[in-house]
Write a protein of this length. Structure first.
Lengths: 478, 392
């Protein structure tokens, strides 16, 4: 690895970590892990943004064109952090029992071993999974090899303007954020070297685990519980596969949505305004990572807004939603705006989404079997989907008593409802029957689901009291 | 003390029932197979590739021209349902190869049935063929075919010599069922294109399955039985159930780590110690890589075309070619519909049966369209044409 490549990584980590520290200067439990984890991911996304801004005309030298922006950002954020830094909330529980510590030690070793295996896999193998080369790396490889940016357009436009330097691809409409990130690392690597441009997926995994550990600690979990949760998250086979066979955008969506949820929870629990800003920023990033991110953004925004409403307004909002649903059933052809997707045409027996096309609505029995297989039979998620409903039932009182956990539960319920509808009631059912998409979309909400389960299992004595004010007070505060 | 003994016995019964059910056994299934046919490798003859007898075994030293090795033997006709448990043993079988069982049935002697079976590794592997629809009627010929792992291994580096030791066909028994279950749960499954979407169906391999739907219910029943027999309080039951789930999670994870390690071992064996320049030439689809090289060379000799369009029968082939040819500016001919193609555009066809060239009329026709073109190059499966005038 060249000095330039190391520098590219150092700039990413410095800028991202400094950004997190500037936004969250409290030094409470898990703050270092949260800073490094978020910093890792934010840094890579910042590099993508800086490259898109400063290196469009000269992608070969993206490091030198976009690097100064990252450096400036890092310096500015460090200065802000130094000015804002203060000791944070401190609460900790007694050390874990010896056998628990031993088990957790094994868990950490197993995470390290799989991390090493995934890293070797990335560093050795040319880009392998289908969509990685067919969709996600087409723009980045083109821009990296061309030496400059060229727009990607639909094929009819491409044919209409033969004199213009336009490119086309079946994935021309996919978001370009990850493509720009790959251009940044390709520039630092000195060319299109696939293992090196895929290395961010390993850093993403590390960032995902560290950030969740850090934020779980900040949310009041004991060290042992947070470590156990981190192990559970890191051990999920399909997540490991997305690291080892790098190139898909799904893990990015899962991580950033997970970050949004964690920050939202911290805001609900401790009223930290910067955490709300982080939650909003992360949620807004989702459609820039993958088109499906627009759906998660919409559901997340709807849940956050719903949670902000006074109780009597919530009831009205719920009635309004029911009326809207009735309207959709009664009036075919209702159009609703969805950020990132455009105007979605909803009919009684169809759903028309720009870019995706028309999806007919009907019950698909085999797809239902595919959903059950994906959740409960295949070894993609270990025991996650088996134990999730059991934990919800077991900790039902905790769920009802804690507003933050309840709101997160509502969001997850809406997300699962959406996926169930998509894969069992629309033409997308074929993706559940063939298992080509269902698990990847489920993966988007898996880190958030684990956060939800961790909150339900959180030892009440170690956790700070539910600090979510009554809804009326909250709406006034906001 | 008595309660504990009863508890152990009940839990033992639960697990025997669960494993027996998973292995497709009944209470009256014998412990040992009532019938078996032993097929030493020396009785197999080499149909493709090259091999030599090595005692009772067969040393396979080369593949045939098509990259496959096949060993087969005629057997005294056997009823498939009577002998559905297949056992096989190979030595030094390379991780780069995939293994399939081939057989002929008496009812369709001209058809060869091919079933992908788990990678043999070292030691015996056992596959229960009762769930394989093709395994029925009378079997008259049996064999094994080896080939580069599909979608994963470049055929040029796939083969290394190995030793085929023996195959056996058994009637159902608890021994065979448990061995089959062990193979089904722990057999090495290589990466496949579907691996990023789902782990169990990522390879259509007979005799592999997930242990999840067996282990968790058996564990839940065991904890429940222990709670009832030993009179656990609700608190103790919850705590023990939590510990049991954690241990099962760890066991499943150990199984996954073993699988992950095995999958990675192939990557190490293929790519470790090689430079990036060498590794990027070691792609599984070497035919496409060679075609991309040829197309790139030909395009370099032509004046710049306003647009280049590509088509192939296989979706994988045309998408992969476009990626390999980047940053060449190439669009998909199949997506162009009735849009007008600019004059001078180049049309690249790879292994395409959709499009045919009428040399006397100098027209390229297919998919309900017809373009006036000049033929530029043709080399086996790759053809290049240039549009004489703009056309739709």
């Amino acid at each position: 690895m060249s000095v330039a490549f190391v520098l590219a990584w150092a700039l990413c980590l410095a800028a991202g970590t400094a950004l997190w520290l500037a936004l969250d200067p409290r030094q409470g439990p898990g703050w270092r892990a949260a800073a490094l984890g978020h910093g890792c991911v934010f840094g890579m996304l910042a590099a993508a943004g800086a490259t898109a801004l400063a290196a469009r005309a000269d992608t070969a030298h993206a490091l030198w064109r976009a690097g100064p922006l990252l450096l400036l950002m890092a310096i500015a954020c460090v200065l802000i952090w130094r000015a804002r830094v203060r000791p944070g909330f401190v609460y900790d529980a007694a050390n874990a029992k010896k056998w628990t510590a031993a088990l957790l030690g094994i868990a950490v070793v197993s995470l390290a071993w799989r991390g090493w295996t995934a890293l070797r896999e990335i560093l050795l193998r040319p880009t392998y999974p289908w969509d990685a080369w067919d969709a996600w790396a087409v723009k980045s490889k083109t821009w990296a090899l061309l030496g400059h940016h060229a727009p990607f357009v639909p094929i009819d436009e491409w044919l209409r303007h033969p004199a213009r330097e336009l490119y086309t691809s079946i994935a021309w409409g996919y978001p370009s954020t990850l493509a720009w990130m790959q251009v940044w690392f390709a520039s630092a690597a000195g060319g299109w070297i696939e293992p090196l441009v895929n290395l961010p997926w390993f850093a993403l995994w590390i960032g995902l685990l560290l950030a969740h550990y850090g934020q779980w600690r900040a949310l009041g979990m004991r060290r042992a519980q947070a470590l156990a949760g981190t192990y559970a998250l890191g051990s999920l086979p399909l997540l490991d596969v997305h690291v080892a066979l790098a190139g898909y955008a799904d893990l990015w969506v899962a991580a950033v949505l997970g970050f949004a949820v964690l920050a939202w929870l911290r805001w609900m629990q401790r009223r930290e305004r910067t955490q709300l800003a982080i939650a909003v920023a992360c949620a807004a990033l989702l459609p820039l990572l993958k088109l499906e991110g627009a759906v998660w953004l919409s559901l997340f925004a709807a849940t956050v807004i719903y949670g902000l409403l006074p109780v009597h307004w919530r009831r009205r909002a719920f009635v309004l939603l029911l009326c809207l649903f009735g309207l959709v059933v009664a009036v075919s052809g209702l159009k609703l705006p969805v950020p990132g997707l455009g105007w979605v045409d909803i009919g009684r027996d169809y759903l028309s989404v720009p870019i995706i096309g028309r999806l007919n609505i009907a019950w698909h029995g085999p797809a239902f079997a595919g959903v059950l297989n994906s959740l409960f039979v295949q070894p993609n998620w270990h025991l996650l989907w088996w134990i999730a409903p059991v934990i919800v039932l077991w900790r039902w009182r905790t769920l009802r008593a804690n507003a933050a956990t309840r709101h997160l539960g509502s969001f997850l319920l809406a997300a699962l409802g959406f996926l169930f509808f998509l894969f069992v009631f629309t033409d997308a059912a074929s993706f559940a029957e063939t298992y080509t998409a269902i698990n990847r979309l489920l993966m988007h909400i898996v880190p958030s689901l684990l956060t939800f389960l961790m909150l339900l299992l959180r030892d009440a004595s170690a956790a700070p009291a539910d600090t979510v004010p009554r809804p009326a007070v909250r709406s006034a505060a906001v | 003390m008595i309660r504990r003994v009863v508890c152990v016995i009940v839990i033992g019964i639960i697990w025997v029932c669960a494993l027996g059910w998973a292995a497709g056994m009944r209470w009256n299934t014998p412990l040992w197979p009532a019938q078996k046919i032993v097929l030493p490798a020396r009785e197999f003859h080499v149909v493709m590739g090259a091999g030599a007898e090595d005692g009772d075994a067969l040393q396979v030293g080369a593949v045939g021209g098509d990259g496959n090795a096949l060993q087969s033997t005629r057997i005294t006709p056997v009823v498939a349902q009577d002998l559905p448990i297949l056992r096989y043993r190979f030595q030094d079988f390379p991780r780069t190869l995939e293994l399939s069982l081939v057989f002929r049935r008496a009812d369709t002697p001209d058809d060869v049935q091919v079933i992908t079976i788990p990678w043999p590794g070292e030691g015996w592997r056992t596959v229960d063929l009762r769930n394989v629809p093709e395994w029925r009627g009378e079997i008259v010929e049996l064999g094994f075919i080896e080939y580069a792992t599909a979608q994963l291994v470049p055929p040029s580096v796939a083969f290394r010599p190995f030793r085929f030791v023996r195959a056996e066909l058994h009637s159902p028994s608890w021994r065979g069922g448990v061995a089959g279950l062990s193979t089904a749960w722990f057999a090495y499954v290589p990466w496949a294109l579907l691996s990023v979407s789902a782990l169990a169906p990522d390879r259509a391999t007979a005799g592999t399955s997930s242990p999840l739907p067996v282990l968790l219910p058996a564990l839940a029943l065991s904890v429940l039985a222990a709670a009832l027999i030993l009179g656990w309080s609700r608190r103790r039951l919850l705590r023990r159930a939590g510990i049991a789930v954690a241990i099962l999670w760890l066991l499943l994870d150990l199984r996954w780590l073993r699988d992950f390690g095995n999958r990675h071992a192939l990557t190490e064996s293929l790519y470790a110690g090689k430079s990036w320049q060498e590794r990027q030439r070691l792609l599984p689809e070497q035919d496409l890589l060679a075609a991309a090289d040829r197309i790139r060379d030909w395009l370099a000799t032509l004046p710049p075309a306003p647009r280049i369009l590509l088509d192939a029968d296989s979706k994988y082939a045309f998408l992969r070619l476009i990626y390999l040819l980047l940053p060449q500016n190439i669009g998909l001919l199949s997506l162009s519909g009735n849009a007008e193609l600019p004059a001078g555009s180049v049309i690249v066809l790879y292994s395409s049966s959709t499009w045919s060239y009428d040399a006397p009329r100098r027209r390229l026709s297919g998919s309900g369209r017809s373009y006036p073109v000049d033929a530029l190059f043709e080399d086996g499966v790759v053809r290049l044409y240039r549009l004489r005038e703009r056309a739709r």
